[in-house]
Design a protein around this ligand. Structure first.
Ligand SMILES: Nc1nc2c(c(=O)[nH]1)N[C@H]1C(S)=C(S)[C@@H](COP(=O)(O)OP(=O)(O)OC[C@H]3O[C@@H](n4cnc5c(=O)[nH]c(N)nc54)[C@H](O)[C@@H]3O)O[C@H]1N2
Ligand SMILES: Nc1nc2c(c(=O)[nH]1)N[C@H]1C(S)=C(S)[C@@H](COP(=O)(O)OP(=O)(O)OC[C@H]3O[C@@H](n4cnc5c(=O)[nH]c(N)nc54)[C@H](O)[C@@H]3O)O[C@H]1N2
Ligand code: SF4
Ligand SMILES: [Mo]
Length: 768
């Protein structure tokens, strides 16, 4: 080994050691010296799993992907990767991969050639449109769609068929982050990047379990603290997790009261004179929206917010309801801890990063709580500079790339909203379709899309790269909907799942490195990979399936691409939408050559921090410039505390919280086919607080029955296992398709983002 390589490897191993020591059970894999791996052909690809977007090197041998290591040239993970990334290629080779299409005949799924299934999908779609109209066909996609998948889906449905019935599971994941940014900044994209970690002094985690869900990023946080012990990690959470174990201070709060805690922080910042007055005068406007905004549990729920101007004085006055003492009573967090937290935000000498993920976004006031964390950063001017910033972590590998940026939601286009005539004109021009064809009104957000399927307004639904029959809240209603007479469901999948079980047609998909593609990660990084291995049997990429069906419906002119070059052609076409300093994307060749490129990519340069003249070509001057809103300001919203849709009561006395574990990816369809990961956590369970368990006479390993107003399930109790919920709460991970926890959850959502709250509903717990 060359000396330089050896030093690099030692440095990586040291980082691994540091991370491992602090993150028990999380395995990090450094570049290996195993001689068996020496002769492999190593090719780059971003990780298939979480939104961190680690760069991987995939080891190829005789046409198979046989090994993985972290890419040392990737600035994201610098050679590291977590257990899921390390074992990811094994997910390609499960014994029960779909290799052919399946069509339901007389109630039974029967194998058929893919070309025949594509004919059927196209004719069924045409038939449905002729009988019940354009808005009776829909597509439900994913933040795990590649960018070309989502782009083609949007062009096909919005530009060719002429329906806004396009949604993606990112609605369940980051919709509140989107509306939070839109309402505060007028543009939907994070201002910072992961490099913020290397500059910050304080990390505040607002209800996200980074040690398990963004493990490589968390290892960067830990590595920084290891070098400088004065660095602090503060974990605000409703459940003691592995992240809590590694934190300097843990503040356990009652669900939903994050709204009040953030207001108390802002109250303290203003009361102590810690606000940056000059920054406020130059860059901030104050607003108040509607209150008592509802929960969306009823069909066809509608809501539009308003923005009433406020003065700083009026805003201050409203915060008086949120003194640390009052908020202590509501949240359970001691007033002195709230003051301490406020002092960290308020200290001008400390650089501070706030991180959050589903604790904020899956929240019936998800948009509000996103607004509130921005308030704390805006009051103190700690934003859009290295080491200072609010950072919304994304969950899926291309939730940003494909859903946020390509706009695969009912109200969006690849650039702008469907309601904006300029956005429609631009889309029509690039797509070469008549502008009248793109409808100007959004149709259904995800929950309402499934409700419309139930009501019979939607008759044909195509599902790609998502498993809604496990992941929709209040599952029974939506599963029953798919089975109703006159509904036709197409599922593009790689393995049998509860969703492919209800399909009328299953299309076998080529997965990840079995096709060429791009993902866009949480820090505005676009990453390209080549097709590295052959897909099994007749499996075809989701992009190409869509193109085949579109062509069969007569849209050949709109989809002229050649199979060999279609990803390049689609990327270069899509890139036209984003021209200009605010959104410019890197050219195809640039993406191919590098382990990811941050956008805006202006004059050959990446943009690391937005809204600041020093870093962002779109910003005017040399300081901050929030150019997203018409008044060129960022907006501080007053948002009050409001209770969740359902809270524990005498009949259902526990909170139910749901989420994830490090070993599994979502519904487990991939990770349960990777033996080491499956064996590590083979079954889902119900975590209880030891005091609750004692009262219920339940011991570790006993069976317990959980019942909500919507359903009931029996699971194994886990006490002081991996996590510990607060008293009065139960936690259940959702990776196990044999224990469908969403039978119990509620389909209440944030009225602004329409993202459901999977973190709070009321249940009863009994020994089974
Ligand atoms: N291993 C693994 N990693 C993943 C994934 C995976 O499936 N497996 N999925 C990826 C995806 S798509 C996502 S979205 C992310 C999710 O990443 P996270 O959001 O970190 O994980 P979850 O388990 O969904 O949520 C756990 C957190 O919800 C918080 N919480 C519960 N109630 C409240 C509340 O009222 N307020 C606040 N503020 N917090 C609350 C708890 O404190 C807990 O820390 O993970 C990504 N990474
Ligand atoms: N109770 C509860 N429910 C939740 C959440 C929660 O915290 N609690 N979180 C929500 C969130 S944040 C998210 S992101 C969602 C995730 O929910 P889903 O997206 O429904 O879950 P996944 O398991 O990621 O589903 C992806 C599916 O795509 C398949 N697949 C893999 N690769 C390919 C491919 O290349 N092509 C095709 N066509 N298919 C492929 C996989 O086998 C899998 O079945 O769950 C939501 N639901
Ligand atoms: S941290 Fe996320 S992106 Fe990185 S290797 Fe693990 S699962 Fe993959
Ligand atoms: Mo997610």
């Amino acid at each position: 080994m060359k000396r330089r390589d050896m030093l690099k490897q030692i440095a990586t191993l040291a980082a691994v050691g540091a991370a491992q020591e602090l993150m028990p059970g999380v395995v990090f894999a450094a570049p290996t010296v195993d001689p068996r791996l020496q002769g492999l052909d190593w090719q780059k690809a971003p990780c298939r799993f979480c939104g961190t977007g680690c760069g991987l090197l995939i080891g190829l041998e005789k046409g198979r992907a046989v090994a993985v290591k972290g890419d040392p040239t990737s600035p994201v993970n610098k050679g590291l990767c977590c257990v899921k990334g390390y074992h990811s290629v094994m997910a390609l080779y499960g014994a029960d991969r779909f290799k052919t299409a399946w069509v339901r005949k007389d109630g039974k799924l029967t194998p058929v050639p893919v070309q025949q299934a594509l004919d059927l999908v196209a004719s069924k779609m045409k038939e449905t449109i002729a009988a019940t109209g354009k808005d009776s066909v829909a597509i439900y996609g994913s933040g795990q769609w590649t960018i070309p998948d989502g782009y083609v889906a949007s062009k096909f449905f919005k530009g060719c068929i002429g329906t806004n019935n396009v949604e993606a599971n990112a609605r369940l994941c980051m919709a509140s982050a989107v509306t939070g940014m839109m309402t505060t900044f007028g543009l939907d994209e994070p201002m910072g990047c992961y490099e913020d970690i290397d500059h910050a002094d304080v990390f505040v985690l607002w209800g996200n379990n980074m040690a398990e869900m963004h493990p490589v990023l968390f290892s960067r946080v830990l590595e920084r603290r290891l070098a400088r012990p004065e660095i602090k990690i503060i974990d605000l959470t409703t459940r003691w997790t592995r992240t809590s174990m590694a934190s300097d201070k843990v503040m356990v709060f009652q669900p939903q009261t994050d709204l009040a805690i953030l207001n108390a922080i802002c109250y303290e910042i203003l009361r102590n004179g810690w606000a940056d007055q000059r920054f406020l005068e130059q860059h901030v406007s104050f607003k108040a929206g509607k209150t008592n905004i509802g929960y969306g549990t009823e069909d066809k729920f509608a809501f539009t917010d308003e923005a009433k101007p406020l003065t700083l004085q009026e805003y201050r006055k409203k915060l008086e309801d949120y003194t640390p003492e009052k908020v202590e009573a509501l949240s359970g967090v001691p007033a002195k801890d709230i003051r301490y937290l406020a002092s960290l935000y308020g200290d001008p000498k400390k650089k501070l990063v706030s991180f959050w993920c589903m604790g904020f976004n899956q929240h019936t006031r998800g948009t509000w709580v996103n607004n509130l964390v921005y308030n704390a950063h805006l009051l103190t001017g700690k934003i859009s500079m290295p080491g200072n910033g609010p950072f919304s972590l994304t969950g899926q590998p291309s939730a940003c790339g494909t859903v946020r940026e390509v706009g695969t939601l009912t109200h969006r286009l690849p650039h702008g909203d469907v309601t904006d005539p300029h956005a429609r004109e631009l889309a029509a021009k690039i797509w070469r379709v008549p502008v009248e064809r793109i409808p100007s009104k959004p149709t259904y957000h995800t929950v309402e899309m499934f409700r419309a399927l139930d009501r019979g307004e939607i008759r044909f639904l195509w599902i790609q790269v998502t498993n809604p029959m496990v992941t929709m809240p209040k599952l029974k209603r939506y599963r029953d909907a798919t089975k109703k007479e006159g509904r036709f469901i197409v599922v593009s999948e790689v393995y049998p799942t509860p969703t492919s079980d209800i399909a009328d047609v299953i299309l076998p998909s080529a997965m990840w490195i079995e096709r060429e593609g791009m993902f866009g990660s949480g820090e505005r990084r676009t990453q390209h990979w080549n097709k590295l291995v052959q897909p099994p049997g007749e499996a075809m990429s989701d992009t190409w399936q869509l193109i085949e069906v579109a062509r069969r419906m007569g849209f050949t002119k709109e989809f002229p691409y050649k199979e060999e070059t279609h990803i390049r052609d689609i990327w270069e076409e899509y890139r036209q939408f984003q021209h200009g300093p605010q959104h410019e994307m890197a050219p195809y060749d640039e993406l191919r050559a590098k382990p990811g490129v941050l956008w805006p990519f202006v004059n050959g340069k990446e943009t690391k921090w937005r809204y600041h003249g020093k870093y962002d070509a779109a910003a005017k001057g040399t300081g901050h410039h929030f150019y997203g809103k018409p008044d060129q300001h960022a907006w501080i919203w007053f948002r009050p505390y409001e209770a969740p849709a359902e809270s524990p009561d005498a009949q259902y006395p526990f909170w139910l919280n749901t989420g994830r574990v490090v070993e599994h990816w979502h519904t487990g369809s991939l990770t349960r086919r990777i033996p080491v990961l499956h064996q590590a956590v083979p079954r889902s369970y119900a975590e209880l607080h030891p005091a609750d368990a004692k009262r219920l006479n339940v011991r570790n390993g006993d069976r317990v029955r959980l019942t909500s107003r919507r359903g009931s399930l029996v699971l194994t109790a886990q006490i002081d296992g991996r996590g510990r919920p607060a008293e009065g709460q139960v936690f259940v991970p959702f990776f196990d398709e044999s224990i469908l926890i969403n039978e119990l959850t509620l389909d209440a959502f944030c009225p602004i983002s329409r993202q459901p709250d999977y973190k709070k509903c009321a249940v009863k717990v009994e020994k089974a």
